[in-house]
Write a protein that binds this ligand. Structure first.
Ligand SMILES: NC(=O)c1ccc[n+]([C@@H]2O[C@H](COP(=O)([O-])OP(=O)(O)OC[C@H]3O[C@@H](n4cnc5c(N)ncnc54)[C@H](OP(=O)(O)O)[C@@H]3O)[C@@H](O)[C@H]2O)c1
Length: 162
């Protein structure tokens, strides 16, 4: 099963100059909660700009560069092939950005973990494919700076919709 974990602001902004636009400790805990002990997938830009190591997660990095060798992670050069291979697995694969990976993986995701950041930030990267109508909310928690929601896709996308 494919899912994704993301935090976005009211304009769907997710990044600025290759890093997160905000530093919200409570929200970082949500990322840990969404991904701990799971298989996770992220683009090379996001992986190379992480502030620290990701412990206790099985990381696969998506890269176009055939010579790229990430530290402490696997690599795939075929994102869509990876998604198709794992979309019906019982094991969950959590897509963790950035923008280009979210955009391509979105149609395959059946579950989502989203932190809806309350304030607007200066951003240069957006999660522009997200549609509220695609999802049912199954859990909601309100924090000072964001609302955390877990969502499930309303209906399966067919191959023709992709
Ligand atoms: N708010 C959040 O929750 C959140 C989470 C994660 C990341 N972010 C933010 O998102 C921003 C980064 O997003 P981004 O889109 O610039 O970078 P990205 O998605 O992390 O990585 C892009 C890299 O992946 C490669 N790539 C993309 N699709 C591919 C494919 N199908 N096959 C092989 N390689 C592929 C790209 O190659 P090409 O250059 O050839 O396309 C590029 O090298 C940062 O600001 C980061 O902080 C935010």
């Amino acid at each position: 099963m494919i899912s994704f974990s993301v935090a976005f602001d009211p304009n769907r902004g997710i990044g600025y100059k290759n890093v997160m636009p905000w530093h919200i400790k409570e929200e970082m805990k949500m990322f840990r909660r969404n991904t701990m002990y799971k298989h996770i997938l992220m683009g090379q830009t996001t992986y190379d700009n992480l502030p620290g190591k990701l412990k206790d997660r099985y990381v696969t990095v998506v890269s176009i560069d055939p010579d790229y060798v990430p530290e402490d992670a696997e690599v795939t050069h075929d994102l869509i092939g990876f998604l198709k291979e794992h979309e019906n697995d019982e094991t969950e694969y959590v897509v963790c950005g950035g923008a280009s990976i979210y955009r391509q993986a979105y149609p395959y995701a059946k579950k989502a973990y989203i932190s809806f950041i309350k304030k607007k930030y200066e951003v240069d990267t957006w999660f522009d494919v997200y549609e509220e109508d695609d999802w049912n909310v199954i859990l909601e928690e309100d924090y000072d700076e964001f609302v955390y929601r877990v969502l499930e896709r309303k209906e399966e996308k067919t191959e023709e919709d992709r």
